[in-house]
Write a protein that binds this ligand. Structure first.
Ligand SMILES: Nc1ncnc2c1ncn2[C@@H]1O[C@H](COP(=O)(O)OP(=O)(O)O)[C@@H](O)[C@H]1O
Ligand SMILES: [Mg+2]
Length: 240
């Protein structure tokens, strides 16, 4: 497999073509951003941690029967993925109140929801990623009602598996974001990344954060916290 020309550069990753049109080469960058790109820093070592963790979590999900774009990790900072036509949505599942939800609705951080809460945000930096209702999704032709139902079920299944892994690792999964895309035949598939950049993880029984909040809040070193997260789940994921 040969790495080809740069296709797209985002905030966290670069996508390259390969000599095989059914495979993309993705490189995770040493760059941290928060608050819609307002806070931005080069963080050496971050790209390899998010790549290794994302690869580990996609592989774990595959063992649980969850299909995704992930093919394989090919270097510390790189993985091969299947190309998807991405749906510009952030599908957020919340088990515990934190972040923007706590702020917006005045719910104290740490409050556990009886049922996971699912939210859809329009992935559009110019508009500030607004929250969408089911009607908006249909009007904007992002998801048909059938697809909406399917994505909701799929997102909950994925996070239940991640929750199980966290639980057995002594972590509490607080919330997380997924992105989906369409394959050539039009079916919807999980894409993008799953890591402490896209989910919140607390040490069980504490509010010790092992995720991007340490960067958002400026309370810790991202690389050592992501490394700690990786060390915590690494041995466990193979046995769950
Ligand atoms: N399998 C895939 N095929 C095509 N694009 C993808 C795939 N997985 C993720 N992407 C897209 O790659 C881009 C780069 O990722 P990232 O750097 O996280 O971007 P962003 O700054 O938009 O969040 C994003 O637009 C993301 O949706
Ligand atoms: Mg991204």
């Amino acid at each position: 497999m040969e790495k080809g020309s740069l296709l797209y550069e985002g905030k966290a990753k670069k996508l390259y073509k390969t000599n095989d049109s059914s495979v993309l080469w993705v490189e995770y960058k040493d760059e941290a951003t928060a608050f819609n790109g307002e806070k931005k820093e080069k963080v050496s070592g971050k790209g390899s941690l998010t790549n290794i963790i994302s690869s580990e979590l996609f592989a774990y999900l595959r063992r649980q029967g969850v299909q995704s774009h992930f093919i394989e990790q090919v270097s510390p900072t790189e993985q091969l993925i299947k190309p998807l036509s991405m749906i510009p949505l952030e599908v957020v599942v919340r088990f515990v109140a934190a972040g923007s939800l706590s702020k917006r609705l005045g719910i104290p951080e740490g409050e556990i929801f009886p049922q996971p809460i699912i939210e859809f945000y329009y992935k559009n930096d110019e508009l500030g990623d607004p929250l969408l209702t089911e009607d908006h999704l249909e009007y904007l032709e992002l998801l048909s009602p059938k697809e909406y139902a399917k994505v909701k079920v799929e997102a909950i299944i994925i996070f239940k598996y991640l929750q199980k892994l966290c639980d057995q690792s002594g972590l509490q999964l607080i919330d997380g974001k997924l992105e989906f895309g369409r394959t050539e035949d039009g079916s919807i598939m999980l894409g993008d990344e799953i890591s402490p950049d896209t989910c919140r993880f607390w040490r069980k029984g504490t509010k010790e954060r092992l995720d991007k909040d340490v960067f958002r809040l400026g309370t810790g070193d991202m690389v050592s916290v992501y490394e700690e997260f990786y060390q915590t789940i690494k041995g466990v994921s193979a046995h769950v």
